[in-house]
Ligand binder design. Structure first.
Ligand code: GCV
Length: 690
């Protein structure tokens, strides 16, 4: 189904099951589609592919209402096509959010008509994918009345792709799909990727790494070194960006670029990037104008500043609002937005506290078109973290939640780990920002400029994701960003059925996905709030895959007496950054949820948990439980041999073998480490803690 020779993921469009096929054929063989903007070309193409596959026959796409047919689809704006304007109140459609859509079964001049309409063309793209999804899932479509609007206005995938050698930072699926050497020449893969994103409601893509200079790389301090990300903003490269923007535009997706805060110095002959200097502001204005002249619907910029070697306002004694605003003001006249990352640390012993201390006092100081982009937790995409204290602390600032779709700390391209349950936990977390019942998802929803950004996962591997099952995370990210009330299982079920078909195999795969995250937490952390115990590698940006707890005493706080990090008022004070009653709940080890206990408390190894088990014993038990769970997942997968195609079966089976080995390595390393520090044996006598 894809033009490129790559896996078609959840857009397989296999022939529909026979009990629905007749209805689908009756209602959808004929489609009357508007031919307005570029998105409608995409709609027509998708209908040809999707209906062609699902109905197993060529659909007829009309430029006028088809006559003498039992049923047809009508797709267009609220007043464009008579079957739509005569059956649906245009006001109802115009009142929808920009990306929203309406699908309704009506009768028009004696035919059953399925009307798909939207206030803007992008909504027609999302609605088309929605309708095709219903059919891929075998759902009834003869009595539809769907009104769908995205909860989050901004739903963006952030690539950490470097133009230099197409290396993807934290990418585990091969080189970057973006071939900057060849661009503006396009390849078919770009459009296929745009389809995957649009099919789950994504409306923005940032195409290059936020590390626009790669710290530590040879030549990185030489402004002429070829192909660092900051160079994409140079005039000679903008046509490459424009070409990509053209592909994504057809699917309603706006293009963003990560830029370096010091661009005025790097990309021109200015000797300062100080945000209060008029010449710096003028440079950003000229650059923004140049970009928008080429790409009128350009989304904007993403900036990582004062973080991990990237320059920022602190280098000029300015604060982050001053730093962000000079760039945002240049984008503003063009309708562009600046995503300014809040990922700052390194000035404190406890890195968790810094983002709040830096950003909370600046609430209300950022320009209207700045979105402060906050990682879900205060550390760095660990298997489980508490939710960042910044959510709910900046009511007068547009906020974005940054999630990681790629599995940097959850087994990368080797371990199966379905992350939607983790993201749901974050989005459902009650911040109490506005009294009880103020979950993160509500703080983000229904406000222009706010939403969710996910760190991308795809690469040039034929299966896109490195590990086939990890495609569920890109799928789930989009679905959840559109509707955070969807359930993890519901999303996994959708993905599984579209990707592997319904039936017993689908059930098994669903179970595997649903149990994978907890297993990962258990063997990667011991399950009660420890984290960041991975190997960092010799080069700063390598690994994060193998276990190495001894490298990180400042994260786990293990001593002979106990383990954990004291973040109470007597310690780093991080717990106190939450609003009540959360602060008090985390402050007290008796009320702190067990799964976060050692994140907030340093406790004796023999401290008793609620059920009487000691801390060290729980760590042993969870590490062992994690491995057992992975063995169980592998066994279940092996049970699918012959049930699904050999290619995908073998690919995942091989990864599961490795997954089990690696989970055991983690378990054994962590348990030996716990034993070495505590001197307390596992009461079940399991190696290696004896
Ligand atoms: C893009 C962590 C990751 C880095 C990443 C950084 C960030 O440190 O390991 O690869 O850099 O977060 O989010 O900026």
């Amino acid at each position: 189904m894809f033009d490129s020779e790559y896996d078609d993921c959840w857009l397989r469009y296999d022939r529909a099951e026979s009990d629905r096929l007749d209805t689908y054929r009756r209602l959808c063989t004929h489609a009357y589609v508007s031919d307005a903007g570029p998105e409608l070309v995409a709609v027509r193409e998708e209908l040809r592919r999707g209906l062609g596959g699902l109905l197993d026959r060529e659909p007829h796409l009309w430029h006028h209402p088809p006559r003498s047919v039992e049923g047809f689809l009508a797709i267009g704006g609220p007043e464009e096509l008579r079957p739509i304007s005569e059956t649906v109140d245009p006001e109802e459609v115009r009142a929808l959010d920009d990306d929203g859509f309406l699908i309704r079964s009506v009768e028009w001049e004696g035919s059953d008509c399925t009307v798909l309409t939207a206030p803007a063309d992008a909504g027609l793209v999302y609605g088309t994918f929605h309708l095709l999804r219903l059919m891929s899932l075998g759902e009834p479509i003869d009595d539809l009345d769907i009104v769908s609007e995205p909860a989050n206005a901004e739903r963006i995938v952030d690539h950490w792709d470097n133009p230099f050698r197409r290396k993807v930072e934290r990418g585990y699926a091969g080189p970057s799909i973006f071939d900057w050497e060849r661009l503006p020449d396009l390849n078919e893969r770009y459009a296929d990727y745009a389809r995957l994103l649009a099919s789950v409601g994504i409306n923005g893509i940032s195409v290059n790494n936020v590390n626009t200079r790669i710290p530590g790389r040879e030549g990185a301090n030489d402004a002429t070194s070829e192909w660092e990300g900051w160079q994409l903003i140079e005039s000679r490269n903008l046509e490459k960006i424009a070409a990509l923007a053209g592909v994504f535009r057809r699917y309603g997706i706006e293009l963003y670029l990560s830029v370096n805060f010091a661009s005025p110095v790097l990309a021109s002959d200015l000797d300062t990037a100080d945000p209060v200097e008029p010449e710096v502001a003028a440079w950003w204005e000229r650059k923004a104008t140049e970009v928008y002249d080429l790409i009128p619907d350009f989304g904007g910029f993403v900036v990582k500043a004062d973080s991990e070697g990237q320059l920022g306002p602190y280098d000029y004694d300015r604060d982050h609002a001053e730093g962000a605003n000079v760039i945002a003001e240049a984008l503003a006249p063009h309708g562009g937005r600046l995503w300014w990352r809040a990922f700052v640390y390194s000035e404190h012993d406890d890195r968790a506290v810094q983002a709040y201390e830096t950003f909370e006092p600046l609430d209300g100081e950022f320009a209207d078109n700045v979105t402060v982009q906050i990682k879900n937790g205060p550390i760095d995409f660990q298997p489980r973290e508490p939710v960042s204290t910044l959510f709910g602390a900046m009511p007068d600032t547009d906020l974005g939640c940054e999630l990681q779709i790629t599995g940097e700390y959850t087994g990368q391209g080797v371990h199966a780990c379905y992350l939607v349950p983790q993201w749901k936990e974050v989005l459902d977390f009650d911040t109490h920002a506005d009294g009880p019942d103020t979950p993160v998802k509500e703080l983000l929803a229904d406000r222009e400029g706010q939403g969710i950004a996910g760190v991308g996962i795809v690469g040039d591997d034929p299966n896109w994701f490195g590990h086939y099952l990890l495609g569920s995370n890109l799928y789930g990210f989009g679905r959840l960003a559109w509707d955070p009330d969807l359930g993890s299982e519901e999303i996994a079920d959708e993905w599984t059925r579209q990707t592997f078909g319904a039936g017993d195999a689908g059930e098994t795969i669903l179970e595997i996905l649903m149990e994978s995250w907890q297993a990962s937490i258990d063997y990667h952390t011991g399950g009660i709030g420890l984290m960041h115990m991975m190997y960092n590698g010799e080069a700063a940006l390598e690994n994060h895959y193998d276990p190495a707890p001894e490298e990180w005493p400042e994260y786990h706080g293990a001593t002979e007496e106990g383990i954990g990090y004291d973040r109470t008022a007597a310690g780093s004070g991080y717990a106190g950054q939450y609003r009540e009653p959360i602060a008090a709940r985390y402050e007290d080890p008796e009320t702190c949820p067990e799964e976060l206990l050692l994140f907030f408390h340093h406790l004796p190894w023999d401290h008793e948990l609620e059920d009487g088990t000691t801390v060290v014993q729980r760590l042993y038990d969870n590490c062992f439980a994690g491995v057992e769970a992975v063995e169980e997942l592998r066994d279940r997968w092996q049970g699918l041999e012959g049930e699904i195609d050999e290619r995908r079966y073998r690919h995942v089976a091989e990864r599961f073998d490795e997954h089990v080995l690696q989970a055991k390595r983690w378990r054994d390393t962590l348990c030996a480490f716990f034993y070495e520090h505590s001197g307390i044996k596992d009461e079940h006598g399991r190696p290696p803690a004896v």
